[in-house]
Structures are given as structure tokens and as C-alpha cells.
Design a protein around this ligand. Sequence first.
Ligand SMILES: [Zn+2]
Length: 459
Amino acid sequence: MKTTRFCTFAVSVAMTITTIIALGACTKSTVEPTSPDQADPGTPANPPAANPTPAQDVQPTAAKPVDLGAKATELARRFIIVDGHIDQPMRFAMSKRLTGAVDYGPVINGGGEGDFDYPRAVAGGLDAPFMSLYVPAKYQEAGGAKNVADELIDMVEALVTSAPDKFAIARSVADVRKNFSSGKVSLPLGIENGAAIEGDPANLKHFYDRGVRYITLTHSEDNEICDSSYATTRKWKGLSPIGKQVVAEMNRLGIMIDVSHISDDSFYQIMELTKVPVIASHSSARHFLPDFERNMSDDMLKKLAKNGGVIMINFGSIFINEKSRAQGQARWAAMREFRDKHNVQYGDAKYAAFVEEYNKTHEFTFADISEVADHIDHVVKLVGVDHVGFGSDFDGVGDTLPTGLKDVSMYPNLIRILLERGYSEADIEKICSGNVLRVWQAAEDYAAKNASQPATSVQ
Ligand SMILES: [Zn+2]
């Protein structure tokens, strides 16, 4: 497990992003780490392999026990693992703001404070983490959103240029497979917040040409495209007129639509319009957190499955466990109040001291990795195994990650639990990457057929 040395930076980085209501939890876990052995005691383990029928003059021998830990590690290496959402580029941006330059060394060689780097990706079998290009909602008002996304793409490209033997940009499913074969970690690109197009669907082509293959339509606020699950304003009651054009143009170009962060109305309207399956790059099941609109309801999951799409499960404890969410929400409110009252921001020493003190005196309950598997199970039981994947939100949820699932080296722990719960290798491969690559391929195929259609423009 990581120690609290991560906290100050994690808070400063993470509080602004994905889990806008509840980040920065840095107290020690109130839950002792548990091993995957203890996952869901009510679930039967894989049955041992059947013995061959013994000849009459040979005594039967006991089946050799399967080492599920070793098996999980082997599968993590053998299968392509795609993660729908890792916020590493935002860490680059933060380090540039604080120090004036980006040091790519820790991501290439390890030893940094984030959740993702090359050595741990290799250890965990991670092959294609979508690099989330996070555009904060404040740029919707202030301007400059497109430039923010472009600078983040520049940073990911600079990382690849610095270590071409380890990383490669992936612009297609074929690229992911090719990079896997040559032992490189693919870095596909996804923009988090469609504000990056600055209200002009024509900018979608710009980002497609730069390699962006999904866009999360909004983030913490309503934007020009649609309403946010976190906003109370609900400006458009779903999609805006521009948003409807954005859906059509993303389909035409082959950019996947990411429905994480958007309001329920926005989601249902997209389901009526989109010609290809969609993804939720980092959302979990609302079933376990009934009031948390940021996760997907059972009805939405059924619609998503009918559409052929995939939900990539967010690992952050506040997405997984109701108690964690409540504590995280209180924490967020206290920190926001302090910032407003003292006019401080992330990175300020006074604010960091407050955060440290708050975390010492307030409990935070980490979810357990087995609960992440519960969310996967729930989706599978509801709509089948073809519609779920991993969308960790690593580097986006601060120190709120579940025990047993703290960074990119730990996918085998989750695969082990799936094995314990009786998932077949074929099913596990679908969850690791097969499902999202199927959706990505469908987006590519539709675009290939419709590339000659005129671009969707603002009327
Ligand atoms: Zn997010």
C-alpha cells in the first residue's frame, strides 16, 4: 500500500478532477488490507480440474490445486488489458504548473508518486491505458479549453518521444494489438470534457487528427454539449442543440462517445441518437450507491447493453462503497469551505496543512477490492459479460483506492477474484479488453463507411 507521502500532491492534483465531490482522502485505512483469498466467502471457488478416468488398476490421485494467484498473473500477461481512464496527463500538467517543467522520468522508470508508470504497468499486465486529457470546467467560462487539451496531448507525445521503446500512441484497435505484440504500452487518448471543442463540432476533426478516440461529453458542470450529473443547473435538460450535432459528428469521425459524468437525461437522449455503441470510461453501478447519479442505474445499464456499449468500472472507493462516498463528500465540503474562507488553492502550504490535519482527525473508509468485483458481478448478472470493463480512474481519485487495488500493478488481484468467482478465461478476456475493443472497432467501422458524408456543422 502507498503511504501518506502521496497525500499532499494527490489532494492538490486530484481534488480538481474526476471525483469532484469527495477527493483527498489521506487517512490511513480503517479497514485492514485483505487478500483476494478472502473475497466473497459465499462464492464458490473454481472447481478443480476433473481427473481423467482412472484405469481400474490405478489408484485415483487428488487433483493438483490450481494456484489462482499465478493463474491471474499469467492471464494478465497473456490478455490485452485496456483501462478506460487514467489521469496521468493531469499530473504532468500539475507538475508543470508547480515547477515550470515536466519530468517524464518517474513515469518511464518508476519511483514517482502517481498510480501509473511503466514498470508497474508491466508488472500488472496493463497494455493500453486511455490517457485522460482533463479539461477543468473553469475553462468553459475563462476560455482556453482547446489549448488545455492540446497541451496535454503534447505532453503524452513527449512522453512517447522520450521512451519510444516502452510507449506508443494508439490510434486504432490495430495499433493496440500491434503495440502489444511488440511489447509496448499503448497510450490511446481520451478527452475528459467536451468543452475542449469550444462549442464548435468542427474542432472534433482537429482532435481526431491528433489521435483522440473518445470524448467524455462533459465533466463537473453543464457545458455547451450537455448537462452534468454533478450539476444542479441542468441547463439543457439533456443534450444541447450543438450536443446533438456533436453526437452525429463523433459517430461520423470514429470518436467514441463517453457517457461518464453526464446527466441521466443526456444519456437517454444519446441512446436515441447514436449510431454506434458508446462507453462509460469510468463509472460504476448505482445499484450500490442509490443516490449517486455519477454511477449508472440498472435501467441505464440495460439501455447501454442494448446499444452494444460497455461500462468500465471506476475503482475509486467513493464510486464503490456508500460509506466511503458519504465520508468523501463531507471531506470535500470541508476543504472547499476552507479554500473559500482563506482564499487559498491547491499547492499552498496553508491549505496543505489544513488537509493534513483534517485527514488525521477524520476517518476514511477504503472499499475492498472484492467490492469492485461486486460491481462487475452486478453488471454481468444484469446484462451479461459483454458490457463491462476496467476504468480505474487511477491518478484521478487521490488516496481513495480500495485495498488490494492501489495502482496499475494490481490488476492481477482483481483477475484472481474473478477466477475465484468462477469466471472463465474467455469472460475475463472480454472484461480485460475484448468488450471495449469491440466498441472501438464498431466506431472505426461506422466511420470508415461514413467518412464521405459531409461534416456535421453548427446550423
Ligand atoms: Zn472523471
